[in-house]
Design a protein around this ligand. Structure first.
Ligand SMILES: *[C@@H]1O[C@H](CO)[C@@H](O)[C@H](O)[C@H]1NC(C)=O
Ligand SMILES: *[C@@H]1O[C@H](CO)[C@@H](O)[C@H](O)[C@H]1NC(C)=O
Ligand SMILES: *[C@@H]1O[C@H](CO)[C@@H](O)[C@H](O)[C@H]1NC(C)=O
Ligand SMILES: *[C@@H]1O[C@H](CO)[C@@H](O)[C@H](O)[C@H]1NC(C)=O
Ligand SMILES: *[C@@H]1O[C@H](CO)[C@@H](O)[C@H](O)[C@H]1NC(C)=O
Ligand SMILES: *[C@@H]1O[C@H](CO)[C@@H](O)[C@H](O)[C@H]1NC(C)=O
Ligand SMILES: *[C@@H]1O[C@H](CO)[C@@H](O)[C@H](O)[C@H]1NC(C)=O
Ligand SMILES: *[C@@H]1O[C@H](CO)[C@@H](O)[C@H](O)[C@H]1NC(C)=O
Length: 809
């Protein structure tokens, strides 16, 4: 379509010359060459003399020196005339403000903007970037997605005289309850009542009309289903009713489907809202901060940890005319519906006393919050009680619009990328994602101010406003696939903000290379709550300083996991004990909710714009890329320690990380001796891997010191020119090494069964989706007790650690 960019255009640096030069035919050509050679030699001697021999003031014109430096570094190496970073930081700390942040959010949240359904918001975003003086374009992809048509959920009783068995006809059924499947309009909350508001549904859900008995499956995690199987609960042919939480919703549906279920209903249980419940005396939204009982969490049920992006074009950009695959490998084939707890109540109550209860099933079960409403949390099924669920959606290939803005820097092959998605499940989306869109515009507005005063960043900055994130990271994944060549060569880091603010608690996940910049930026931004109390505390002071491993669930996935581009994700979205319940993917994630409960005053939106801006500035402006390779190497060490302890103690992975407990807890009796040998061999391999990682720690520590030394030296003002030039050559090399370090961990064949994921250190947990797995190939093999495969992975990982050491050499 129209504005598609091709960032990856390549121009040969030099014209091709024939391998063997034929003898010159004309004597004057030979004479000409001699003259040129002499002139070049004289110039070269002059330059060298200037740079290396003549101390003090030089006769070399500044422009020649600059051109030469730009050639080696793409940088004005005599950086005296550059605005110091501290000054830029001060602009970033003083420019973003609450009024603007509020106005941007108000705009984005005033009408529906489902993926591919709101071109005017893309145009608006492009116009704002351009207004700030940043060239921008709309990049279009054609993506396979679904939109809701109709739905139904009813609780029915099979009449005595009706046929008992699999097939029930309408005539035999008595209606007990008809679910509303809608979120009522609230007088206080204008966008909750828009005529064109988006119905409740699941992105990438399957069409279906099924009637069947149903069971309650707790959170629908892999482990929950395994608990049921162990107790001989028959899931085949049933509808599964489970609650949101713990893992990505699409994986609840995937596992149910694998076990033969024919439909899935997912509801939001107030038992997962912490202390902020009506039961504890809090009023519900819109009167108070507790959950509105009719709120519904929409969302995608794509198999995110297997393949994000357009499910018909895995690994390829969704350009017009692109060949399309059958998407069924990556999206469900059984229907699913998201429902409110109000709609779930009659279904849950109908199971009371039927089948197993929580105490039969162990620790993970039975902490639901609806006991006081009469729910006993039995598994069921209830004989003769069935649900009819209908999900009618329309699948289509539709244009979706990324907005890509670009601030050109001096250095041609080091690019910093930042991004936020624009699309939401609802008209609002004040938290997810448009608090982030607001922060993106505030950061861009600040860059605009700097550009107006003559600033040009050292490195190129690309700002992205993605479409289609909600369905499965569509806009970002397709763009990464489209620009893979450019990114591989140039990308330094990707900084993602999805939800900027819905609480006051900072939550982060990052590639450890980026730990330092995150600590640095948060130390410089004041914490709004502390400021209000008259205390002088930074965000860093009040932050728990936990940096999670980077998993999935937002647009950094393709950057980090496909391309080896160090990524960071952050949000004021941590759980605040006394904070309001967030109405995730609900109509009540609205401007009104945000202004009243989420971030009144928009202080945390503004703080996020500042943190994001400082991180971006530091990555783009520091002469030495501010990465910490030591932190990365130490992290690898701790990931390995985790696997060794898993192997030795056979301890179960955490509650939220339950990949294959069945296989894990049962020994496949038949090949014990063999098993033992393989396991011993694996131990040996892991020791070897450990030694290699120790080598990387050693190398990385030296490398970071070397980089820090060059940084310090470059800031000295008393250096002779030649020394400075040598330092710049060294700096250039160090930066390239930092840039290439994470690429060393890519394995081109990809992870087992999910070949798009190429990073051997980071991937979303196969059965969690959101949270990060480390050394996924190895961990999954160990959990499967597939020792030969674990040995294979330890070799692959060791190979990549060797490559990383070589990069730093
Ligand atoms: C797009 O969003 C704007 C508000 O940001 C809204 O006014 C407009 O109606 C939406 N367009 C469509 C087609 O829904
Ligand atoms: C669902 O199937 C039943 C039984 O086949 C049928 O009576 C009913 O009309 C169908 N519902 C819809 C919405 O198609
Ligand atoms: C489970 O239920 C299905 C469908 O009702 C039935 O075909 C199957 O035989 C049952 N499996 C067991 C082990 O009872
Ligand atoms: C759970 O069921 C068992 C029988 O399977 C029963 O003894 C127990 O009282 C039940 N517990 C609750 C809390 O209902
Ligand atoms: C706040 O603390 C910082 C150091 O943490 C200090 O530089 C600054 O002057 C203090 N500001 C006020 C108003 O006390
Ligand atoms: C880099 O990380 C290491 C290990 O986490 C830490 O000790 C060190 O202080 C960090 N370096 C800088 C410059 O912050
Ligand atoms: C790796 O080796 C180091 C140093 O030899 C040792 O301290 C550490 O415990 C080993 N780690 C594991 C997981 O074996
Ligand atoms: C173990 O992994 C290998 C791949 O390396 C695979 O071919 C084999 O089938 C797996 N074995 C089992 C028992 O799953």
């Amino acid at each position: 379509m129209g504005g598609r960019s091709k960032l990856s255009e390549r121009r040969p640096l030099l014209p091709r010359v024939p391998v063997s030069d034929p003898a010159p035919r004309y004597p004057h050509a030979r004479r000409f060459r001699a003259v040129v050679s002499t002139v070049l030699a004289v110039v070269l001697v002059f330059i060298l003399a200037q740079l290396f021999l003549v101390p003090g003031p030089t006769y070399l014109p500044q422009s020649v020196a600059t051109t030469f430096a730009e050639w080696v570094f793409g940088y004005e190496w005599s950086s005296e005339n550059r605005t110091p970073l501290e000054e830029l930081e001060n602009v970033m700390l003083s420019t973003p403000d609450e009024e603007h942040a509020k106005a941007w959010t108000q705009y984005y949240t005033s009408g529906p903007h489902l993926a591919g359904k709101n071109l005017s918001q893309a145009l608006y975003t492009k116009d704002r970037f351009e207004e700030f003086g940043i060239p921008a374009e709309i990049v279009t992809y054609e993506i396979y997605t679904n939109y809701p048509l109709s739905h139904r959920l009813a609780l029915l009783k099979v009449c005595e005289d009706g046929s008992s068995g699999a097939s029930v006809s309408d005539n035999d059924l008595e209606l007990l309850f008809e679910a509303s499947l809608t979120e009522p309009a609230l007088e206080e909350d204008p966008t909750s009542g828009l005529d064109n508001r988006i119905p409740t549904f699941h992105g990438y859900s399957a069409n279906g009309n099924v009637t069947s008995e149903y069971i309650w499956a707790n959170y629908g995690t892999h482990r929950d289903y395994d608990d049921l199987l162990r107790k001989d609960v028959n899931i085949t042919g049933k509808v599964v009713l489970c609650r949101y939480g713990k893992i990505f919703r699409g994986l609840k549906v995937k596992r149910a489907q694998e076990l033969g279920a024919i439909g899935v209903l997912i509801y939001s249980d107030p038992g997962d809202d912490g202390d902020m419940t009506e039961l504890n005396g809090h009023e519900a939204y819109p009167k108070g901060p507790a959950r509105n009982r009719y709120s519904v969490q929409r969302g995608s049920v794509q198999f995110l940890s297997f393949a994000p992006g357009d499910p018909t074009t895995p690994g390829r950009p969704s350009l017009p005319g692109a060949p399309r695959d059958d998407p069924q490998r990556y999206i469900p084939s059984i229907p699913s519906l998201p429902i409110s707890y109000d709609d779930a109540l009659p279904l849950l109550k109908a199971l009371n006393g039927q089948g197993l209860n929580a105490s039969d099933l162990g620790g993970n079960w039975g902490t639901g919050g609806l006991y006081h409403e009469g729910v006993k949390y039995n598994v069921g099924p209830a004989p003769g009680i069935v649900v009819n669920m209908v999900n009618e959606v329309e699948y289509d290939i539709v244009p979706q619009w990324d907005v890509i803005a670009r601030i050109e820097g001096y250095i041609k092959d080091e690019t910093v990328l930042v991004g936020n998605h624009r699309d939401a499940w609802v008209a609002g989306g004040a938290g997810d994602p448009n608090s982030g869109s607001s922060a993106l515009l505030e950061m861009a507005r600040t860059f605009g101010k700097m550009l107006a005063s003559g600033w040009k960043p050292a490195r190129t900055i690309i700002l992205a406003s993605w479409d289609g994130e909600e369905y499965g990271l569509l806009g970002s994944t397709e763009w990464v696939e489209d620009n893979a060549h450019y990114l591989k060569k140039n990308a330094l880091a990707y900084i993602n903000v999805d939800m900027a603010a819905r609480s006051h608690v900072l939550k982060t996940s990052a590639n450890p290379l980026l730990n330092d910049v995150l600590h640095g930026a948060t130390s410089k931004v004041p914490d709004p709550d502390s400021v209000a109390k008259g205390e002088n505390k930074s965000i860093h002071d009040v932050w728990d300083k936990r940096i999670a491993t980077i998993g999935s669930g937002s647009d950094y996935t393709a950057f980090q996991d496909f391309m080896g581009i160090p990524s960071l994700d952050m949000s004021f979205g941590g759980q605040d004990k006394n904070g309001p319940v967030y109405h995730y993917h609900s109509n009540y994630d609205s401007f009104h909710w945000m202004e009243k409960f989420g971030d009144p005053g928009f202080h945390y939106h503004t703080a996020m714009a500042k943190i994001w801006g400082l991180i971006t500035l530091n990555l783009a402006e520091n002469i030495i890329v501010p990465f910490n390779a030591t932190a990365y190497a130490h992290a690898l060490n701790s990931y390995l320690a985790r696997i060794v302890s898993l192997l030795e103690n056979g301890d179960q992975p955490g509650d939220e990380d339950p990949p294959h407990p069945m296989k894990f807890s049962h020994n496949h009796g038949h090949d014990h001796g063999h098993d033992h040998d393989h396991k011993k061999h694996l131990h040996h391999r892991l020791k070897h891997l450990n030694q290699t990682i120790q080598g990387l720690i050693h190398k990385a520590t030296h490398f970071d010191k070397h980089a820090a030394y060059i940084r310090t030296e470059l800031h000295r003002s008393d250096l002779p020119k030649w020394k400075k030039l040598l330092l710049i050559l060294k700096a250039r090399r160090v930066n390239q090494q930092y840039k290439n370090l994470d690429r060393a961990f890519l394995f081109h064949e990809g992870l087992d069964g999910r070949e798009l994921f190429k990073h051997v250190v980071f991937a979303p947990g196969l059965w969690t989706g959101y949270s990060g797995d480390t050394f996924p190939g190895l961990v999954e093999s160990v959990q499967d007790r597939n020792w030969t495969n674990a040995i294979r992975w330890s070799r692959i990982i060791e190979g990549s650690v060797h490559r990383a050491i070589a990069v730093l050499h």
